[in-house]
Design a protein around this ligand. Structure first.
Ligand code: HEC
Ligand code: HEC
Ligand code: HEC
Ligand code: HEC
Ligand code: HEC
Ligand code: HEC
Ligand code: HEC
Length: 323
């Protein structure tokens, strides 16, 4: 990874903390997953490297993200004032979108614009199109308080440590081994046994993922309601008639091997469905590509991405979103 000098000077970077030497099979593929790249220095962004000079203007404000040498510079021109910052973190490097965080006068900000693969360009960050952009302070983005910024880094990296003044001390960017395999310290040093995650049923497995992917209970209590909850896979899957808290055949990891990300053809999932449905009611309509009809893609307004609805069901044309 290319590291901007300033990031290197002020931060200790850790690296898949020595698990790979003894567990090469998981380490070799996990490092290429979207989760492992959920946070990266923006100069390493595959999107920005492909588009080294990205402009966006709206409401009289001009935005630009440029990558040169080992820095990604975010700049904003509003009327006669301007702002530019060369050290930016990129959140999200998967299939949906990428948002940028930076520091300005010792505070953290979420940039007003994000990159969307579907557009191959910039557009407003979710929630920003309706914010005021008249003065520079508002135009650059949304100021984040200490609690929120730690939460962003908490879900998008592993073991981030902050000093009492709010400065990031050390970080392992992205979701790496110890985000899911907890309490590994003693295992690494004295080989004390690790909890085995293989073969967990859906209920127990969710405890591993729910730090970051919200649980059914969280969404049931706090929302969001309507289409914006399509991205909360636990909520959607548990609402589906296929779900059984104790049946391993419907665990997330049946369909998503946690150490690899391969774009799968729809037919890949057929055997997962048929592990339950072969013996029961059989589909009167089709014999393959089950997910294309029963896990419909649902576009989320403002995100330029159609999420996969994990509420497995018979989706009728013109039917409203079942919540
Ligand atoms: C010095 C070599 C070594 C290092 C470093 C190491 N492991 Fe292990 N690990 C082992 C061995 C050997 C086993 C199998 C022995 C056992 O069952 O405890 C194991 C078992 C495991 C298991 C349970 C496997 C099972 O089938 O029961 C997990 C999970 C695991 N390691 C994860 C990790 C993670 C995550 C890291 C990094 C934080 C790590 N290990 C670092 C050697 C190592
Ligand atoms: C430390 C937080 C964290 C934990 C724990 C976590 N995830 Fe993720 N996951 C993320 C983030 C952040 C992304 C978005 C990655 C991106 O697009 O850059 C993501 C993306 C994904 C994706 C879509 C990308 C892909 O690889 O296809 C899947 C599937 C996924 N997670 C499944 C799981 C499962 C299953 C678990 C539990 C075994 C889990 N995650 C645990 C944070 C986490
Ligand atoms: C509670 C954990 C959590 C927190 C806090 C969090 N994220 Fe995420 N983030 C995720 C997960 C999980 C995904 C993947 C979700 C999916 O694909 O359904 C994700 C995906 C993303 C993506 C990819 C685009 C998208 O919309 O899927 C971006 C960009 C992002 N997060 C930015 C941020 C920023 C910026 C913050 C702080 C303001 C933040 N996240 C806070 C867990 C979190
Ligand atoms: C997103 C969560 C997540 C991340 C990140 C992750 N793992 Fe795993 N790991 C799992 C789950 C879940 C299983 C059980 C897999 C299954 O059911 O097929 C597992 C299984 C394993 C096993 C087999 C033993 C067992 O627990 O079943 C080893 C060894 C292991 N992981 C090592 C690693 C190493 C090394 C890394 C980092 C390079 C890593 N894992 C990153 C979730 C994760
Ligand atoms: C753990 C077992 C299990 C798995 C895996 C599973 N299902 Fe189901 N599914 C069920 C059960 C149980 C029902 C409810 C009883 C029935 O109608 O047979 C159901 C119901 C359904 C229904 C009818 C829903 C309704 O609202 O009437 C559809 C359609 C369906 N499943 C499709 C799928 C598809 C497609 C997959 C794979 C993506 C899948 N199922 C995976 C167990 C499962
Ligand atoms: C082209 C779209 C399509 C595909 C592909 C498809 N289905 Fe269906 N499926 C439907 C529709 C539509 C219905 C509702 C039929 C009706 O009741 O009129 C249905 C019904 C079902 C039912 C409920 C049956 C009942 O009698 O209650 C199950 C279970 C099911 N499908 C499973 C599957 C599985 C498993 C696959 C993959 C092997 C699959 N479907 C592929 C469209 C599809
Ligand atoms: C029966 C199979 C199945 C199960 C079980 C399943 N998924 Fe998925 N998931 C899919 C399919 C199919 C896609 C779309 C993949 C594609 O488009 O290539 C997907 C996509 C995703 C994505 C990427 C964003 C999106 O909306 O396309 C995330 C994140 C995700 N799943 C998380 C989870 C989590 C967390 C669980 C457990 C609660 C889970 N999935 C359980 C089949 C499944």
């Amino acid at each position: 990874m290319i590291l901007p000098q300033v990031l290197l000077q002020s931060l200790v970077f850790m690296n898949a903390r020595d698990c790979g030497g003894c567990h090469p099979r998981q380490a070799q593929t996990q490092r290429d997953t979207p989760m492992a790249h959920a946070l990266i220095p923006a100069a390493d962004s595959k999107f920005l490297q492909l588009h080294p000079d990205l402009p966006f203007s709206a409401g009289g404000v001009k935005y630009r993200i440029q990558v040169a040498a080992s820095a990604a510079t975010f700049s904003v021109v509003s009327g006669r004032s301007s702002f530019s910052v060369p050290h930016v973190w990129a959140f999200g490097n998967g299939i949906t979108g990428q948002t940028y965080l930076f520091q300005r006068n010792a505070s953290w900000y979420e940039a007003a614009v994000s990159f969307y693969p579907a557009l191959q360009g910039l557009d407003w960050t979710p929630g920003h199109s309706t914010r005021p952009h008249t003065d520079l302070e508002e135009a650059v983005g949304r100021r984040l308080d200490n609690v929120e910024v730690r939460r962003c880094f908490g879900c998008h990296s592993t073991g981030a440590k902050w000093d009492p003044s709010g400065r990031l001390e050390s970080i392992e960017p992205g979701v790496r081994c110890e985000a899911c395999h907890r309490n590994a310290e003693a295992h690494r040093s004295t080989r004390s046994p690790m909890a085995r995650l293989g073969g967990l049923g859906p209920e127990d497995l969710s405890a591993v993922c729910n730090d970051c992917h919200p649980s059914w209970a969280e969404v049931a209590a706090n929302g969001p309601r309507g289409v914006p909850n399509v991205r909360h896979q636990f909520y959607r899957l548990i609402e589906s008639r296929c779900y059984d808290a104790l049946d391993k055949r419907i665990s997330c990891t049946v369909c998503h091997e946690p150490h690899s990300h391969t774009v799968r053809p729809a037919a890949f999932y057929d055997s997962k469905c048929q592990s339950c449905h072969a013996a029961g009611k059989i589909c009167p309509v089709a014999k393959s590509d089950c997910v294309t009809c029963h896990m419909p893609k649902t576009e989320m307004p403002g995100l330029h991405f159609a999420f996969t609805d994990h509420r497995i069901r018979i989706a009728r044309p013109g039917q409203s979103y079942p919540d």
